[in-house]
Structure formats: C-alpha cells, structure tokens
Write a protein of this length. Structure first.
Lengths: 533, 310
C-alpha cells in the first residue's frame, strides 16, 4: 500500500521557489540543522556516542535504528528536552544552544511525539493552544480549520480529546506543529499506531510539506516506510552513528543489516504437520458491550488445531479487544461450550482456571493490561505464570522461584533491562513486549492467543517473537495471532481471517489468498469461496 | 419585620457565615487539585491560619493585618507541603495527613495564650442603598468584606480556569504533567503556585473562623471543616459554580443541625453532622455512573508525583 503513493502527482504550483533553487545550485548548501559529535550518557548506558546528524531544507530525512539505538535521546536533545553531555548543534550555520523546548520552537523546530503529549480532558482547541508559543486564541479556531483542510487532516476543534481515535489524536499533534509554521518537523515513529489507510494519508501530507520547503526528520525502524518516503537516512546502532545512506539506493536488506549489525534473521513460514485435534474452538460467540466505544461480537466461529497458527487481521477497534476478552475469560459467557480448550467447555470459567487448562494470552495493551507498570518484572511474571509454573512454597509466593522464572524469560528473549527487579514501566516498549510474550511462551501453553505481538517493536525483536511463535506451533500448540499487520500474518500464519465490525470472515489458507484479498476481508467484503480453508 | 421573617433572616445570616469558610477552603483546594496535587492538609492549614490571624489581629488591633497574617500562615504550611511533595516527592496523601496533624498540634501550642482572649470580630460593611431592601437587604448586603470576597474569589477562579491561558496551563498540568512538561511548561512551578494559593485560601478560611465566625480562639477550632471542604471539591466535580452551591448547602446543613432541635425537628445531632459526608458519597455514586463527566472535569494526574526526568 506504500507503493500506491508513487502514483500521487504533485501539482507543480505547490513547489515553492525556495525548493526549486535548492535543487538548481550545485555548491554545498548550509544545512538547516547540523548536530556535531553529540554524546549523552545515562547511568549505565551511553545513549549517544559522538553522533552526527545533518538535515537540509525540504528534505525528508530518516533517523533509523532499533529500539534503544539512541534515536529518541538524540531527538530529545535536538528539541531541548535533554541536554547533551558534549557536542554542539548548528542551526542554519550558526551555533545554537537549545536549552528548552521553547527555544527549539523559537528556532522553528516542531516535534510530533510517539506517545502523544495530549491532554485527554481538554478540547482539541485547548490542546493546540497549549502548544503554541504565541497565544492567538482569537483566530486559532479558524486557523485550525484552515490548516486541517489544506493538508487533508480533518479535525473538529471543539471535540474533547478522550473521544477521539488514535489517528485523530495524531492529527492534533501535526496540526499543532504546522500552525507554528515550522522549518523542521520531527516525527517520532508516527505510524506505529496508525491503520494502513491513515499511514497513506500521513505520507501524502508529509510529502506535500516537504515540497513546500519544510525539512522532516522521520524516525522509524520500518524500512519499507523509509524507502517510500525518505531521501536520506542517518542510521544509529547502539548509540553510535553507523552510516548515512540514501534509502533509495540501498536494498531493504542492506539497510536492515546496517541497522541491526549482524545478519538479520528473517523467519520463513514453517511447514510442519498440523494435527487434526482442535485445541481452541469458538462456538457461535456473540456478546454485547456496555462500554461507549465497545464493539459487539456477532456469531463468531473459529477452530485452531494443534500445531497451527491462525491469524486474525483487522483494523483496530473492530472487536479485537472484545474477542480476546472472550477467549481469555475476562468476559465470561453463560454458555460453557461457547469457548472450548482441548475439547473442554470453558465459557463460564475465570481467566485463572482457563490458564490452568493450558491457555495463555497476551493482550494488546502492554502497560496496564499485560503488565502492572509499577511492579517489578518478577512480580509481573508471577501474576500470570503461577497458574502453570510452580512458584509457591507452602502456598505462599516464592520470590526465589518467581525470580528464577523471570530471569529465564529475560535471558531466553534477550530482554534489555536493569535486572529482574526492574519495574515494568522502566522498560522500553519493545523490551517489555519481549518480556510479556516470553513470559507466556515459557509457560508452554497448549493454546496461545496474542494480540498485536510486534506492535511498536523493532525488526530484531519482531523476528525473535515470530520465531518463538513458530517454534511453539511446531511443538504442537495452537496459536491465534490478532494483528493489524497483514504482512506479519501472511508471514507466520497458516490460515487467516479478518475481523470487521465484530464479525469474523471465513478463514483462508495463507498460501492461496493475497494481501489484497485480505484487505477486502478487513473492509467487511467477501472474496470468491474457492480459497476457503 | 415580622417575627417569622426575623427568624428566617437570622438563620439565613448564620448559613452565610457558616458557608463562607467552606467556600474559601474548598475553592483553594479546587485549584490545588486542578493542578494535580492532592493536599489533604486543609484542616491543618486552616488551623494555622486561624491562630496566626487571630494572634496578629489581637496584638495589632488591625483586622486587615490579621487577615493577611492568617493568609500567610496558611501559605507557610502549604509551602512545607509543596517542598516535601513536589521537591522531595514524598507521598501526597501521607504528607497531607501529616500536615493536618501537624497543624492541629502546632496551632494548639501557639494558641495557648490566646484562649479566652476577647476579640470584637471583623467589622461588617453594609452596602449603601442595597441594604435598605427589606429582608434581603439585611440578609445579603450587611456582611463583613470577607463574605463578599469569597463570592468574588469563586467568580475569579471560575473565570481564571475557564478563560485565561494561565488557567488552561494549570488544567493541562493536572491532566497530564508529562505532556505539559514535553511542551515546555514548568510543571513543578505551576504546582507550587497552585499549592500556595490553596494554602492562602485555607488560611483565609481559618482566620474567618477565628476572627468572624467565632470570634475567638479555641483548640481545634475548625472542627473538621477542612475535611468537609475536601469533600466539597469532589461534590462539586471540580466546578467552581457547583462548589459555591455545595458550600451553601453544606453550610445550611451545619446550621440546620444547630437549629433543628430549636425548631422542633427531633433528629439526633450526630445524624445531622453526617449529612455533608453522606451527600458527598451520594454525589460520588451518581457522577461515577457517567464516565465522561469524570474524565471531563477530574484532574487525571491527581495525587501522582511528577518526575521531570522520566
């Protein structure tokens, strides 16, 4: 779907003279911003080690690196949220000291955060007003409407933020930045929470901005996005600047190996015998929901066999959370046979009882659902694992046994953390995801259900998680993967279905269905039944 | 004026004097909570203000100096709270409770020599012309300046929170200090200022008790009004206009409990003193049914320490 962008034609009129002149001159231009030998150390880790970064006007520049490579630190220094230990920044050729975000904004630097810095209880208008250096409340509302129309970012200034979708929230951030007429727009992993359609729209907006002379620093670890969007990439690894490359000239594989260092392990679909026995069965599952933004489920039928990986595609908010709750036991049915594990009806059982029968689940939201943010990894390990792993001594919580288990997970899944006593919220998103997925996999479940297994996780961790899922299936477990990432599902699953507005499509063998066809299913359409598996 | 009318005016007057300290303490706490700080030390700060204000008024003979001193005493105590919770990041709940206990003890110690001292009270100021309106004139326009001040303060706070940029920043800090920090706002400074404002208001509330309502000093003079003020903020779902209504309602209940037996309502006084709290619990239950309302008005980060480095 990224390819589709190439067919977008830009009217010549939108290209400003500034941009034209920058193409015509051959002599080296002064960079808009140049960061020289930036170093920043945290206790126990050198986040940036003499990193250089140079961005020109009208350029979409990628900052590429795995989680923990130092991208965020570098950006925070550029935006004045952190101060570098050494090194300096030049802005349009002049040395500047960016001591606070206010100074950065003054220069013309705007930042769209990865985790949106929005105020839930305030309106869109108030949120934007807070991000403006000069209050212009008089015309602000009209300006918001103008900018949002001009760049195709529809927004209602009077809505309260907590009622908006993730994509709409990101639009607030972008509009807020654009209203300041920035010279440099920094986007920190902007697509990690967006649907494919929203990603498309965003790219159109970004290309338009660049054509108007705005420099964009695009931070990501998604190589296909960077190839589609960026003209230059600065690649970081382990806090060091390893290369500056043209993503158009390099293959995805080259970029990946620059980013990851050693050769990237790309999992292949594993072909092994799938047994006839059904380990997870959903029988005509329907549920209503009382929550404001909940999605009711309608007559869902699904079987997952031993050794099989089944993928459920779908845009977020189409009943994924509700489905997972039905399977995990967070939402119980009055009909025992609505959900069966290994032939046993568990519809009325609580989550703990289902876990004892061999079910392990990983919900989508890591902090607050899959893990308690303020608890240590040991305690978090105990919370789900004690049903299946002996972790008690004479009925009491055993710190020693739990710690042993947590440390095993940390080691097996290469979780970067400050020991098993670290609190969950101190881990980066990717590392916490590895820990949570690892915690369930190490319990050797019979049935494993995971939602968005690689959401916001870098390529290395994603391939590690994919490999672990495949190994689990090859050992005879039934695996159900709920994901927005079609590529991921096509890569690892044997059969695929799509969830749309609480209804589940038929399932199809991934060898006989195309990505486009799955896209149709995600939209609630149907495809020729020849491929029904 | 008939006997009935004068009785009603008397009750009305006492409701207003009973409500005024609640208005001051609660509107201050509302601002504090809107910034994301939960200061449970209102009772302690009130007592500090009460004894400080009374002492200075007694020594100097000036009501104005007394009121200023009361305000300052409340601020000093809230400064202590702010330093502990905002700088040293101690638990807001525990520190607030400690502040209340500390205020009770300290005011009792400092107030020893003031017990039994007579004070004529803050002079009332009757608004010309308006005071001559029958019944209402006496009821509404013949008070000391602090009563008028409390109403103006609520209006001002309401305007500040809703319509000024500084008020917006304060609400933003209370909603998400991390996001406010990321935008470059000084979360700790905003919370300091809000906490000090809350302290000043609690101090005013206290000195109103000792200088106008009583007017005298006795140990534990506030008698739990600080807790009622805290309940009021939740009761009002953090909205100043409702807070004013709630303060007069709670003030009315307090007076009712004094006059009930005189009027001939035979309800145990303990039951009457429970009323404000029961009303708060009922309101809490009612507003909890509507998640949207809570999310819209309640400061999301309330009670949480903020680490700017995280």
């Amino acid at each position: 779907m990224v390819v589709a962008l190439n067919s977008v034609h830009w009217p010549v009129a939108t290209v400003t003279p500034l941009f034209m002149s920058s193409i015509q001159t051959d002599e080296p231009r002064t960079a808009l911003v140049a960061m020289h030998k930036i170093s920043k150390a945290y206790p126990g880790c050198l986040a940036n080690d003499a990193v250089n970064l140079m961005i020109h006007q009208g350029q979409i520049h990628a900052l590429l690196g795995e989680n923990g490579a130092g991208k965020s630190t570098l950006v925070k220094i550029l935006y004045g949220l952190l101060q570098a230990d050494s090194g300096y920044v030049e802005w349009q050729g002049a040395r500047v000291s960016i001591s606070s975000p206010a100074v950065a904004r003054e220069l013309g630097i705007a930042l769209v955060f990865q985790h949106f810095s929005l105020f839930e209880s305030l309106s869109v208008l108030e949120n934007i007003a807070l991000g403006m250096a000069v209050p212009a409340t008089q015309n602000l509302k009209q300006n918001i409407i103008d900018v949002s129309q001009r760049y195709g970012l529809p927004l209602d200034p009077d809505r309260q933020v907590y009622t908006l979708s993730v994509g709409e929230r990101q639009r607030i951030e972008i509009v807020r930045c654009l209203l300041q007429e920035p010279k440099l727009l920094i986007m920190d992993e902007p697509t990690s929470v967006l649907t494919p359609q929203e990603v498309n729209d965003l790219f159109v907006t970004l290309k338009r901005l660049a054509s108007e002379g705005v420099a964009i620093l695009y931070i990501s670890h998604k190589l296909n996005e960077i190839k589609a969007l960026c003209s230059e990439a600065t690649i970081l690894r382990g806090g060091k600047h390893v290369a500056t490359a043209d993503p158009q000239q390099r293959s995805t594989h080259e970029l990946a190996s620059l980013m990851m260092g050693d050769e990237l392990l790309i999992p292949q679909r594993q072909e092994h015998a799938i047994e006839d026995s059904v380990l997870l069965q959903l029988n005509n599952v329907s549920r209503t929901t009382s929550e404001q933004h909940g999605v009711p489920l309608h007559n869902i039928e699904l079987q997952v066999h031993a050794g099989e990986i089944v993928g459920i595609a779908g845009v977020a908010g189409n009943g994924q959370d509700e489905l997972l709750q039905v399977i995990s036991g967070e939402h119980r049915s009055s009909d025992a046979d609505s959900v069966s594990i290994n032939g046993e009806g568990v519809g009325v059982l609580a989550p703990g009882a289902r876990r004892e029968l061999g079910l392990c689940c990983v919900p989508e939201e890591r902090l607050g659902h899959a893990a308690v943010p303020s608890m240590s990894l040991v305690e978090n390990a105990f919370l789900t694992a004690h049903h299946r792993i002996p972790m008690r001594t004479a009925g009491l919580f055993s710190l020693k046994k739990s710690a042993r288990f947590a440390e095993k997970v940390i080691e097996q899944f290469n979780v970067q953390c400050n020991g098993s006593g670290a609190v969950a919220s101190s881990l980066s998103g990717g590392n916490l995801q590895k820990f949570i997925v690892g915690r369930e996999i190490e319990q050797q479940p019979l049935v494993f259900v995971v939602s968005q297994p690689t959401w916001g996780v870098d390529a290395g961790a994603a391939s590690a998680i994919h490999t672990a899922l495949q190994q689990m299936a090859s050992r005879g477990a039934a695996v159900l993967v709920i994901s927005q990432d079609i590529d991921e599902l096509m890569l690892i699953s044997h059969r695929i279905a799509a969830l749309c507005a609480g209804r589940l499509s038929n399932t199809y063998s991934t060898t006989s269905v195309s990505v486009q066809e799955v896209g149709v299913l995600m939209g609630g359409g149907s495809i020729a039944d020849g491929a029904v598996a | 004026m008939s006997a009935d009318n004068s009785m009603l005016v008397l009750i009305g007057l006492s409701v207003i004097t009973a409500a005024t300290p609640l208005v001051y303490a609660a509107i201050g706490e509302l601002v504090v909570e809107k910034s994301g700080v939960l200061n449970l030390g209102v009772e302690g700060m009130m007592l500090g203000g009460a004894v400080g204000g009374f002492a200075v008024a007694h020594l100097s003979g000036s009501a104005l100096l007394g009121v200023l001193a009361g305000m300052l005493s409340g601020m000093l105590l809230s400064l202590l709270f702010a330093f502990l919770t905002l700088h040293l990041r101690s638990s807001q709940v525990a520190t607030g409770l400690a502040l209340t206990l500390f205020g009770i003890g300290l005011s009792a110690l400092l107030g020893q020599p003031l017990i039994g001292v007579a004070y004529e009270g803050i002079p009332t100021y009757a608004i010309p012309v308006l005071r001559d309106i029958p019944v209402l004139g006496t009821l509404l326009f013949e008070h000391d300046l602090m009563v008028y001040g409390s109403i103006l303060l609520v209006v001002a706070v309401s305007f500040f929170l809703r319509s000024t940029r500084a008020g917006l920043i304060l609400r933003a800090v209370g909603d998400s200090p991390e996001a406010a920090h990321a935008l470059g706002y000084r979360v700790i400074l905003v919370r300091y200022l809000a906490t000090l404002f809350g302290g000043a208001c609690a101090g005013l509330s206290g000195c109103y008790l000792s200088m106008a309502y009583a007017p005298m000093w006795a140990e534990n003079l506030s008698a739990g009004r600080g807790w009622i003020a805290l309940a009021l903020v939740v009761f009002a779902t953090w909205q100043p206009s409702r807070l004013l209504f709630g303060a007069y309602l709670f003030g009315g209940i307090t007076i009712l409990q004094l006059h009930a037996q005189a009027i001939g309502i035979n309800v145990p006084s303990q039951l009457m003193s429970m009323l404000p709290y029961i009303a708060t619990i009922i309101v809490l239950v009612l507003i909890s049914r509507d998640r949207g309302r809570i999310r819209k008005n309640a400061p999301a980060s309330i009670g949480q320490a903020f680490h700017p480095t995280k």
